[in-house]
Design a protein around this ligand. Structure first.
Ligand code: ADP
Length: 814
């Protein structure tokens, strides 16, 4: 085809230089190195003549010595402008393309190629709209090319914009863009300028597409690389930080170590597989990543769990008794119950019996007796405090998807014990809360239920764990606030408040030696006299247990330790007179009870979760309109009880010598001191009735009498709870007579011996009996003229004829 258009001119004999991978276009300048022998000789030939040479591309780049057959037939006649310099391998030269030429005849192949060639004239054409459009299109195309291929100098861009001829533009662009030499050769061989430009457009469009895709790939790769580099950089930083912190563990090694530990665990295959799978996951995780540390923690927790590690349980009742007696004074009944439970465990070790719940006020030794039990039978001891737990996951653990998730308190306790048969003390089970995040009491049921706990499922551990060998013990201050279903599963053992004497013995035998040892003081250095201990109990503590007594003894030890070190004294005796120096002013007056018989003031008895206490009740009567005022943070039940008492008295007004219209003419104010402490319950009924009667009839109440009992409208006295604790409080306060409901009479057998020896308990059925015992004289019936002249009865006579009869207690019957 090109032959047709070709217009031959006269033949010219020229040396030929084969270009490797390059194509020169007319009007362009090319700088290249020539090193092959044939090329150098051809150059010499040209330089010796008129510096013109035919530059033709060789077909095969690999060919080191191409002959006339292995070069294209069309090339460019060029003028050697300059030999720039001689290099090691030849010369570097600058040549300018003159015009296209075609080889006609080979004159010689060696020592260099010499040919006869004719110059090729490009076909003339007329510029038209089409050519102009083509040129513009090409220029735009070139612009797009530039956007994708940025390494083109601005001069070239100007050259393209200026060029307004199709052929020259095609040549210009072809020589300046990155094209294969075959593509360039194709352009060179096309003699028709318009077609040449069209060919170039085709090539350029293809090239732009490829470049666009290439750029897209490069961008993506760069982004990826940037991300990878960033991660790599951060990880390297973590490594350095860990190295500085001495925590430079290799993740692969770590995973291997974990794997070995997992393989050594004595657990079912299914669970082992699960852990190994997690371990594989861990090995593949990027070092230092958050997820890796979550998985590592999980695996370490699972590995540390005592899946099959048990301590040897020895149930030797004699030894257990010894340990319990050594650690705790008194608590006879409690110890007996515990030994019975242990005996059952020994006979039927696999049967999980009831869970023991120790109920009693604070400081009576619930926690410490649990610790002693563990010691006595050779189990590890762990205490789990349940006070304030109101979230199910506190017991059952958080699922691992949560950040900062961890096992529940039960599994954490098992892990801490390091054995699968520890004694776990669930302390303060009555203080369990409840929230929208589930009911922890329900979760505890699962833990304590012998049927279910052999496969206890903690959400964090995510595998069943056998809790059936764990010995659970619970404690509570108040059994009534333990959730019902939980209480059902438990065997409650009540520990009551200590008497003064018991506190004294505990202090002397246990607390003082314990604190001396803790403070590094020997018994030769410090002696606290018995009188000082009594004074300490009386004047510095007011409690059911011995916690604050122990705290005060510790405070004395601290002060003495300082004295021993500073003053170098070696022997100190603490007497009652020294206590104010050591502990500050006495906090409680020895006796809190009323010292004289007064009108409208009665000794009630109250029971709280921290033990029993005396509760004086005051009543004042004023002229008024029959208003009733109740103060002292009284609860609804107590308010109703006061109203019942008033109605009962109204119905008996005549008999009691009270103005029947008192409810119209007088205001009654009932106050229960320590006003800030909330009080409730029906047990102050008879005490309020007595105080109101006394206030209305102006008859004083005996100050050495205390009472407790619910009252009905008809004046019957009903049974109440917590009598043991209340009687203890009465004893502490030096009360000699306690009036109790007859239905509570059987409770007396449970009372402490000293209490029974020092207090007369008088059981009553009716309020009349109470009034007869508590008022200092018998009321005069108003409308009974005969009775009005009757002699004033002796003090405390229920019917006004006999002095109060102390009840002779039978021996307690259990
Ligand atoms: P709780 O758990 O009932 O609140 P703790 O067990 O914490 O009471 O007891 C408080 C302190 O009193 C402990 O140091 C304990 O050893 C001591 N303690 C309580 N009761 C006795 C006792 N009967 N004999 C010896 N120490 C006792």
């Amino acid at each position: 085809m090109s032959k047709k258009i070709e217009q031959q001119t006269e033949l010219q004999t020229l040396p030929v230089l084969a270009l490797r991978g390059l194509v020169l276009f007319p009007g362009m300048i090319l700088q290249f190195d020539a090193g092959r022998k044939k090329s150098i000789l051809a150059l010499h030939e040209a330089m010796e003549k008129d510096q013109t040479i035919l530059l033709v591309a060789q077909k095969d780049l690999e060919d080191n010595n191409p002959d006339s057959e292995q070069i294209f037939q069309t090339g460019v006649v060029a003028k050697i402008k300059q030999i720039l310099h001689h290099t090691e391998d030849g010369v570097r030269l600058l040549a300018e393309g003159m015009h296209r030429a075609r080889i006609h005849q080979v004159i010689s192949e060696s020592p260099f190629l010499m040919v006869e060639a004719s110059a090729l004239q490009t076909t003339p054409y007329r510029s038209s709209h089409k050519t102009e459009a083509l040129i513009r299109y090409t220029q735009n195309l070139f612009e797009r090319y530039l956007q994708n291929y940025k390494r083109i100098s601005p001069d070239i861009v100007i050259g393209v914009v200026k060029n307004k001829s199709c052929g020259a533009l095609a040549d210009y662009i072809a020589s300046n863009v990155m094209l294969d030499f075959e593509q360039k050769q194709e352009i060179l061989e096309e003699l028709h300028p318009v077609k040449r430009l069209e060919k170039l457009i085709q090539i350029l469009e293809h090239e732009i597409k490829v470049l666009e895709i290439e750029n897209e790939i490069t961008d993506k790769a760069r982004d990826q690389m940037n991300q990878n580099q960033r991660d790599y950089f951060l990880r390297e930083q973590i490594k350095v930080i860990n190295y500085e912190l001495g925590e430079d563990d290799n993740p692969q090694e770590e995973a291997e170590e974990l794997r070995e530990k997992i393989l050594k665990l004595d657990i079912p295959d299914k669970q082992r597989e699960k852990l190994l799978k997690e371990c594989d996951r861990f090995a593949k995780m990027p070092f230092g990543s958050h997820e890796a540390s979550v998985v590592r923690n999980y695996l370490e927790t699972c590995i540390e769990l005592p899946w099959n590690v048990s301590s040897k349980e020895v149930i030797d009742l004699a030894k257990a008794q010894k340990v319990l007696d050594k650690d705790h004074y008194g608590l006879k009944k409690v110890k007996e119950r515990i030994l019975e439970t242990l005996a059952v465990r020994k006979l039927a070790p696999d049967i999980n019996g009831q869970i023991v719940c120790l109920v009693g006020p604070p400081g009576v030794g619930k926690t410490s007796i649990a610790r002693s039990i563990a010691k006595a039978i050779g189990r590890k001891y762990v205490r789990v405090s349940l006070g304030g737990v109101h979230d199910e996951s506190d017991i059952m653990g958080h699922r691992r998807t949560y950040i900062g998730s961890m096992p529940g308190r039960i599994m954490a306790a098992v892990k801490q014990a390091g054995t699968n048969n520890p004694l776990i003390l669930l302390d303060e089970i009555d203080k369990l809360g409840k929230s929208f995040r589930g009911d922890p009491a329900a979760a505890l049921l699962e833990v304590l239920d012998a049927e279910q706990n052999s496969a206890f499922y903690d959400h964090y551990i995510d595998m069943p764990f056998d809790l059936s060998k764990v010995l659970f013990l619970t404690t509570a201050n108040d059994a009534s606030t333990i959730p019902g279903p939980l209480l059902d599963r438990m065997d409650t053992i009540f520990l009551s408040s200590y008497t003064h004497e018991e506190k004294f013995q505990i202090a002397v035998k246990h607390l003082i030696p314990k604190q001396l040892k803790k403070h590094g003081i020997s018994s030769q250095n410090l002696r606290i006299t018995p009188a000082a201990v009594h004074d300490l109990i009386e004047s510095y503590t007011r409690e059911a247990g011995v916690r604050s007594l122990e705290r005060n003894i510790a405070a004395i030890c601290r002060k003495i330790a300082k004295k021993i070190v500073a003053e170098e004294v070696t022997k100190i005796t603490v007497k009652p007179a020294d206590l104010e120096d050591l502990l500050g002013p006495r906090r409680f007056k020895p006796e809190n009870k009323n010292k004289s018989d007064e009108v409208g003031l009665v000794n009630g008895l109250a029971w709280t979760s921290v033990g029993g206490q005396t509760m004086p009740i005051e009543v004042a009567i004023m002229d008024g309109t029959g208003k009733l005022q109740l103060t002292g943070s009284l609860g609804n039940v107590m308010k109703e009880s006061a109203q019942t008492a008033i109605s009962c008295i109204r119905s008996k007004a005549t008999q009691l010598g009270i103005d029947v219209q008192f409810y119209n003419k007088m205001d009654i104010h009932i106050h229960v001191p320590e006003g800030a402490i909330p009080k409730d319950g029906p047990s102050a009924g008879i005490a309020m009735a007595t105080a109101i009667t006394s206030a209305l009839s102006k008859i004083p109440i005996r100050h050495d009498v205390a009472m407790t009992g619910e009252i009905t409208l008809r004046g019957r006295v009903l049974a109440i709870g917590g009598l043991k604790e209340k009687s203890m409080a009465a004893y502490r306060n030096g009360i000699q007579t306690v009036i109790i409901p007859e239905d509570n009479y059987s409770d007396i057998s449970e009372f402490d011996d000293v209490v029974k020896e020092n207090i007369q308990f008088i059981p009553v059925k009716k309020i009349d009996e109470v009034l007869g015992l508590a008022l200092t004289r018998k009321p005069q019936p108003v409308l009974a003229p005969k009775a009005a002249s009757a002699p004033i009865p002796a003090q405390g006579d229920p019917m006004g004829t006999q002095p109060p009869q102390p009840v002779v207690l039978e021996q307690p019957q259990c």
